[in-house]
Design a protein around this ligand. Structure first.
Ligand code: 0RA
Length: 652
C-alpha cells in the first residue's frame, strides 16, 4: 500500500472514511454502550476485546500462543501467532487496507469477507475498533506473507501512519501484535490490575484446550511468585475443562478420583461437559460458558443439563435399587457437591437478561439435555463404583435438606415471636430507607462498643459478632442454621438464606465488614465473605458487601495523632515530612483506637475508604473460597499468608 495514493494525502475524502470517523466518535461519546462502563471493568474489557480476536484465530485453528504484556508505561500489548490481519486493500473501502478497516470500522472484526469464523467470542462482539476509539494511541504490527507491516493511530482512532511495510517478517512468521494506550480522558483510571487479567486468561486457557496464554507485567520491580525467570506466567491446559474441574476441586476432597467428560458436536452447535463430585455440601458448583464467555445467569444450556442430570440419576438409582420406588431425588440433592463445567459453542448466541449473562438459545437446551441423558447414563454404567457413591451422596443430601427445613422454620418462628424480630446484639439505625442504611459487622464486643459510639445512629447499625463464626464451607445448611452468629446475621439482614434469599428484602444496602488489619481479622473477613458468597450470593453479586479499612499506622505530629491507612500513605507522609522521626506505631487492633479516631479514620462517609467486594469470575472465585475454607489447612495457611492483604476476588 503506497502512502501517496491514500485519501488523506491526496486530499480527497471518501464517504466511507467519514462514516468511519462518525462510528468511532459515537463510541467515544457513549463508551458505556460498547464496553459496559468507563470504570475498571470497562478498562479491562479493552484487553479482553483484543485477546478475544486472537482466541478467535486460535479457535479457527490458526493460532497456538497469545502473549499479553502490560508495559511499564501502562500500555497493554497483545501478540499472537495467527494468520495476521489481512493487509491488502479492502474491496469496499477505497484506499484503505483491510487491517485499517478492522481497526476503524465498528463490528468489522474477523467476520467480513466470507472467510469469517464459525463461532466467535468477544464479550460484546464489538470489535477491536472500539479499543482504537477509546485509546490515545494504538500501534499495530502484522507479520504476513513474508513482510512485517506497521500502522498506528492516535486520539481515538485517527490514522497516524497508514499501513506500511517495514522489512521482512522474521523467519516467515505470521501473527498480529496490537499495543494500546487507554485514553485517560475517557476512563476513570487507566491502571490495569494484573490479577483481574490473570483470572480471565486462566479461564480462557481452560476453555480453549491446548491454547497457550502468557502474561508479563513489566510494571513490577520484583517478580510475581508464579512467574518463570523471564517474568512470564503461562496458562496452558491440554485437558481443557477436565483440568478446569480439577482446578476448582483441588482444595476440596473429591468423592472419587475420576473426572467425567462427554461432548457432542452437531452441525451448528457443540457442547462439552466435565464433572466430578466432592464431599462438600454446595449445590452451586455448576459453571457454564457460551463461546468462551461466562454465563453467570445460566440459561438454556444449564437448564438442559439440570433436567437431564436429575432425571438420569433417578433412573439409575431406581434401576440399581439404590432408591426405593417411592423415593426420588430433587435437583438440589443431585447437585450437592457437584463441580461441573458446561461449555457450549454456537453460531449466534443470544445473551439475555439485564446483565446479558444468560444464554437464551432454545436449541442449546435440547442438545445439552439429550447429550446428558445419553452420555451420563453411559458413564454411570461404565463407572458403577462412582455411580453408587453419587447416589448415596444425593440420598444423604436429601435427609439433611429435610432437617434444614425444620431448623429454618424454627428461626422463622423465633423471628415472628421476638417483637420486631431483631437480635438483641444489633444496635439498629433509625432511618427507614434501606438504601441509606448501613450494617457494620464488627469483630469482638469491645470494638463493637467503640463502633456504637462512633456511628451516625441515623444510618449506621452495628452488629458485634464474637470469635470465629462457623466455617460455612464445611458445614451443611442444617448445622449452620443452628449456629448463633449465623442466625443473628440472617435476622439482621432480614432477607432469608440460601434458595429462599430475597434481595428485595434486605434491610441495608451496605453491609460493611469491620475487622482488624491482622491475620485473625483477615480470617474472620474471609469467613464472612464465604458465608455471603455461599448463602446470600446476590448480596455479593449486587455489590452490597464492603470491607472497611482501618488504618495500619499511627504517628504523632506535634501534639496530635495522625493515622495512615497503608504503606503508601506512610511513604507519602515521610516524603512530605522529611524531618519526621520514624516513630510509626503499627496498629494491632480496632480496640486500640479511641471512638473518635475510629469515626474519623474508618467510618465517616467523608473520610473512610471502603473496598467494594465483587466476584467477576464465579468459577475462579469458587476455587479461591474453597482454598480459603476447605479441609486443606496447609494450602489455606499458605494462601492467607501470601494474600492476607490482597484478597484476590476483590475487584478494586
Ligand atoms: C480478519 C480476517 C482474518 C483474520 C483477522 C481479521 C484477525 C484479526 C486479529 C486481531 C488480533 N489478531 C488477529 N488475527 C486475525 C482472516 C485472515 C485470513 O483469511 O487470512
Amino acid at each position: 500500500m503506497s502512502d501517496a495514493e491514500s485519501p488523506e494525502n491526496s486530499g480527497s475524502y471518501s464517504a466511507e472514511n467519514i462514516t468511519v470517523l462518525e462510528g468511532l466518535e459515537a463510541v467515544r461519546k457513549r463508551p458505556g454502550m460498547y464496553i459496559g462502563s468507563t470504570g475498571p471493568q470497562g478498562l479491562h474489557h479493552l484487553v479482553y476485546e483484543v485477546v478475544d480476536n486472537s482466541v478467535d484465530e486460535a479457535m479457527a485453528g490458526h493460532c497456538s500462543a497469545i502473549e499479553v504484556i502490560i508495559h511499564s508505561d501502562g500500555s497493554a500489548e497483545v501478540r499472537d501467532d495467527g494468520r495476521g490481519i489481512p493487509t491488502g486493500e479492502h474491496p469496499q473501502y477505497e484506499g484503505m487496507s483491510a487491517a485499517e478497516v478492522v481497526m476503524t470500522v465498528l463490528h468489522a472484526g474477523g467476520k467480513f469477507g466470507g472467510g469469517g469464523y464459525k463461532v466467535s467470542g468477544g464479550l460484546h462482539g464489538v470489535g477491536i475498533s472500539v479499543v482504537n476509539a477509546l485509546s490515545e494511541k494504538v500501534e499495530v504490527e502484522i507479520d504476513r506473507e513474508g513482510s512485517r507491516h506497521f500502522m498506528d493511530f492516535k486520539d481515538g482512532g485517527n490514522v497516524s501512519t497508514k499501513l506500511e511495510v517495514r522489512g521482512d517478517a522474521p523467519d516467515g512468521r505470521t501473527g498480529t501484535t496490537v499495543r494500546f494506550w487507554p485514553d485517560g480522558t475517557i476512563f476513570e483510571e487507566t491502571d490495569f490490575r494484573a490479577q483481574t487479567l490473570l483470572d480471565r486468561f486462566q479461564m480462557m486457557a481452560f476453555l480453549n484446550r491446548g491454547l497457550k496464554i502468557r502474561f508479563r507485567d513489566d510494571r513490577r520491580e520484583d517478580p510475581h511468585e508464579d512467574a518463570n525467570e523471564d517474568g512470564w506466567i503461562e496458562f496452558h491446559y491440554e485437558g481443557g475443562i477436565i483440568d478446569f474441574v480439577r482446578h476448582v476441586n483441588q482444595s476440596k476432597e473429591a468423592l472419587f478420583a475420576k473426572v467425567g467428560y462427554y461432548e457432542v458436536i452437531e452441525e451448528e452447535q457443540e457442547v462439552e461437559i466435565a464433572f466430578q463430585w466432592n464431599t462438600g455440601f454446595n449445590s452451586d458448583g455448576l459453571h457454564s460458558f457460551a463461546n468462551g464467555i461466562t454465563t453467570g445467569g445460566g440459561g438454556m444450556h444449564e437448564t438442559g443439563f439440570r433436567t437431564a442430570l436429575t432425571r438420569t440419576l433417578n433412573a439409575y438409582g431406581h434401576a440399581k435399587n439404590f432408591l426405593k420406588d417411592s423415593e426420588s431425588l430433587t435437583g438440589d440433592d443431585a447437585r450437592e457437591g457437584l463441580t461441573a463445567i458446561i461449555s457450549v459453542r454456537l453460531q449466534d448466541p443470544q445473551f439475555e437478561g439485564q446483565t446479558k449473562d444468560k444464554l437464551g438459545n432454545v436449541s442449546v437446551r435440547s442438545m445439552v439435555e439429550k447429550a446428558t441423558n445419553e452420555k451420563l447414563a453411559e458413564w454411570l454404567e461404565e463407572n458403577p463404583a462412582e455411580g453408587k457413591a453419587i447416589i448415596n451422596k444425593a440420598i444423604a443430601a436429601q435427609r439433611a435438606r429435610e432437617a434444614a427445613r425444620a431448623a429454618r422454620d424454627t428461626i422463622r418462628n423465633k423471628t415472628a415471636l421476638d417483637g420486631a424480630g431483631m437480635p438483641e446484639k444489633l444496635k439498629d439505625c433509625s432511618s427507614k430507607d434501606p438504601r441509606e442504611r448501613e450494617l457494620f459487622i464488627v469483630e469482638g464486643d469491645s470494638a463493637g462498643g467503640s463502633a456504637i459510639q462512633a456511628r451516625d445512629p441515623k444510618t449506621m447499625a452495628i452488629l458485634p459478632i464474637r470469635g470465629k463464626i462457623l466455617n460455612v464451607e464445611r458445614a451443611r445448611l442444617d448445622k449452620m442454621l443452628k449456629n448463633n452468629e449465623v442466625q443473628t446475621l440472617i435476622q439482621a439482614i432480614g432477607a432469608g438464606i440460601g434458595d429462599e434469599f430475597d434481595i428485595n428484602e434486605i434491610r441495608y444496602h451496605k453491609i460493611i465488614l469491620l475487622a482488624d488489619a491482622d491475620v485473625d481479622g483477615s480470617h474472620i473477613r474471609t469467613l464472612l465473605l464465604t458465608f455471603f458468597f455461599r448463602q446470600m450470593r446476590e448480596l455479593v453479586e449486587n455489590q452490597h458487601v464492603y470491607i472497611a479499612q482501618p488504618p495500619l499506622y499511627s504517628t504523632t505530629v506535634g501534639k496530635s495523632k495522625k493515622y495512615l491507612k497503608d504503606d503508601r500513605e506512610k511513604d507519602d507522609f515521610l516524603e512530605q515530612h522529611p524531618n519526621h522521626k520514624k516513630d510509626f506505631q503499627r496498629l494491632k487492633g480496632l480496640g486500640e483506637m479511641q471512638w473518635q479516631e475510629l469515626a474519623e479514620t474508618t467510618m465517616n462517609p467523608g473520610d473512610r475508604t471502603l473496598l467494594q467486594v465483587s466476584v467477576e469470575q464465579a468459577a475462579i472465585a469458587d476455587e479461591v473460597f474453597s482454598t480459603l475454607m476447605g479441609e486443606d489447612v496447609a494450602r489455606r495457611k499458605h494462601f492467607i499468608q501470601t494474600n492476607a492483604k490482597d484478597v484476590r476476588f476483590l475487584d478494586i
